[in-house]
Design a binder for this molecule. Structure first.
Ligand SMILES: [Zn+2]
Length: 237
C-alpha cells in the first residue's frame, strides 16, 4: 500500500512509459520521413537523367548540323568538279582545284568531328540507360520502404495507444498541483519531463538538490527540481 503510493515509483514508471511512448512515436514519424528521403533521391536521379538526355539531344543536333554542312560541301565540290572540267585556263583550273582541296579538307575535319560527336551520342545513350536504372532502383527502394512502413504502422499505433492508456492510468495518483505541473513539463520536454536523482544530483540539469528535497524524495513525496523543473525520482542504483 505504502509502496504503491510512493511518488518516486510513480514518477519513475511515468518516465519509463514516456520514453517507450516516444520511441514508438519517433518510429511512426520516421516512416514518412524515410519515404520522403527516397522521393528526394528519385527526383535527384531523374534530374540527372534529364540533364544527360538534354546533352544527348544537343550532340544529336550537332551531328545533324554537321551532316548537313558535309552534304552541302559535297554538293559544292561536285559543282566545282564540273567547273574544273570546263576550266578555260590554267589559272582558273588551279583556283578551282585549290577550292576543291580546301572543301575536301573541311569535309575531312567535319567527318572527324561527326565521328567524335557520334561517339558522344553512343556514350550519352549508355549514360542515360545507366541513370534510368538508378531511377528504377530508387523507385523500387521507395516501394519496398513504403510497404515496410505501412506494415509496421498498425503495430506502432497499437503500442502508442496502449502506452497512452498506461500513462493515463499511471497519472491517476498524482495530486492535482503535481498533475498541472506534469502536463506543462511533458508538453515542454516530452519524455524528459521526469528525471532521476543520483547521489542528490538531478540527472537532467546536474545541479545538486537540497538535503530537505532529498528527504522528501525518499519519503515518497513529489519533488520538482528547482533548477530545471523536472519531476524527480530517486535512482535506486
Ligand atoms: Zn534538474
Amino acid at each position: 500500500m505504502a509502496e504503491a503510493e510512493h511518488g518516486g515509483n510513480i514518477v519513475k514508471q511515468l518516465h519509463q512509459l514516456h520514453i517507450e511512448l516516444a520511441g514508438y512515436e519517433n518510429q511512426l514519424e520516421r516512416g514518412p520521413m524515410r519515404i520522403n528521403a527516397t522521393d528526394n533521391l528519385i527526383t535527384k536521379r531523374q534530374a540527372a537523367v534529364d540533364a544527360e538526355r538534354e546533352k544527348l539531344t544537343d550532340f544529336k543536333k550537332t551531328v545533324d548540323a554537321k551532316n548537313l554542312q558535309l552534304k552541302s560541301n559535297e554538293a559544292k565540290i561536285l559543282e566545282l568538279r564540273g567547273k574544273l572540267n570546263a576550266a578555260t585556263s590554267n589559272r582558273e583550273f588551279d583556283i578551282i582545284k585549290s577550292q576543291i582541296e580546301a572543301d575536301e579538307m573541311a569535309n575531312s575535319v567535319l567527318e572527324d568531328e561527326i565521328l567524335e560527336c557520334l561517339d558522344k551520342v553512343d556514350q550519352g545513350q549508355v549514360a542515360v540507360g545507366d541513370l534510368e536504372k538508378e531511377v528504377d532502383l530508387a523507385e523500387a527502394q521507395k516501394e519496398k520502404l513504403a510497404g515496410e512502413v505501412a506494415a509496421e504502422k498498425p503495430g506502432l499505433e497499437e503500442n502508442v495507444a496502449r502506452l497512452q492508456g498506461e500513462i493515463k492510468e499511471a497519472t491517476k495518483p498524482l495530486p492535482s498541483e503535481v498533475m498541472e505541473h506534469y502536463i506543462r513539463v511533458v508538453k515542454s520536454f516530452g519524455p524528459d519531463a521526469m528525471s532521476s536523482v543520483s547521489s542528490r544530483i538531478c540527472q537532467s540539469c546536474y545541479i545538486e538538490i537540497s538535503p530537505q528535497m532529498n528527504v522528501e524524495l525518499n519519503s515518497g513525496k513529489f519533488v520538482i527540481c528547482r533548477q530545471c523543473a523536472r519531476i524527480l525520482y530517486q535512482d535506486e542504483e
